[in-house]
Design a protein around this ligand. Structure first.
Ligand SMILES: *Cc1c(COP(=O)(O)O)cnc(C)c1O
Length: 232
């Protein structure tokens, strides 16, 4: 068995156990394999093992890889997205996880309208209020979502967060719980053109806790494909 196959099996078992512990069904949680910086050949190997959801954080990399890989891959744009690069992502990604500014929303709207599509997006929330992180602040989320909700070619489908880097994954439980509670609160507002069916949270270090707290999309890179080399 290759290391990728072993890792994938291990991650899968841990997702299943976290589902059992929290009384959830496995089908409620989608594993997104974060393939940023990794070669097409590695993605092909994962693809042949079953997963169809892959995450990238650089628009051109998502574009280039999606052009080379099977059409039934669901690409997720999970990283900071600059306005001038939206065009690489619309029409290719099934979801943008990192919507967090009005300017970005306006650009996604424009590109999606041009292509005649409705772009599913998650609003990135900086739950832990880290200065280094993207995302709207929790207290600003409702107003932001109300403003975006009038854009006809964007469909907000939930929230996303990148939790702090911690040694003990349990330390991120309050962060995940806060995102979940925020989604519930926003859902109760019944805003037109907005649903809160997705919570994108949990990475290699803390995805089990995220599943226990209600994640529907988890983003796992290193834990499946190994450490990333940014020097290449
Ligand atoms: C890189 C990245 C991940 C995956 O991180 P790992 O720790 O390697 O699992 C998840 N989410 C986002 C937004 C990322 O940029």
């Amino acid at each position: 068995m290759s290391f990728i196959e072993e890792n994938l099996k291990d991650v899968e078992q841990r997702i299943q156990k976290a589902c059992i512990r929290s009384g959830r069904r496995r089908e409620e949680v989608t594993l997104i394999v974060v393939s940023k910086t990794k070669p097409v050949s590695m993605i092909q190997e994962v693809y042949h093992l079953g997963p169809r959801d892959f995450g990238e954080n650089r628009p051109q990399e998502l574009r280039d890889k999606s052009d080379l890989l099977p059409d039934d891959i669901r690409w997720h744009m999970i990283g900071n997205l600059q306005r001038n690069k939206v065009k690489y992502v619309t029409g290719r990604a099934v979801m943008i996880h990192s919507l967090c500014s009005d300017q970005l929303a306006a650009q996604i709207e424009k590109e999606s309208e041009r292509r005649g599509i409705i772009m599913p997006c998650l609003v990135e929330v900086n739950v832990a209020k880290e200065a280094s992180k993207e995302g709207v602040l929790p207290e600003d989320a409702v107003d932001f979502i109300r403003r975006v909700s009038v854009l006809k070619h964007i469909h907000i489908e939930g929230l996303m967060t990148v939790a702090p880097f911690v040694r003990d994954p349990q330390d991120n439980r309050p962060c995940f719980r806060q995102l979940k509670n925020l989604a519930v609160d926003i859902g109760r507002e019944n805003i037109d053109n907005v649903c809160m069916r997705h919570l994108s949270m949990g990475m290699t270090g803390d995805f089990e806790v995220a599943v226990e707290e209600g994640a529907t999309l988890i983003r796992v890179g290193t834990g499946i494909l190994g450490e990333r080399d940014y020097s290449i």
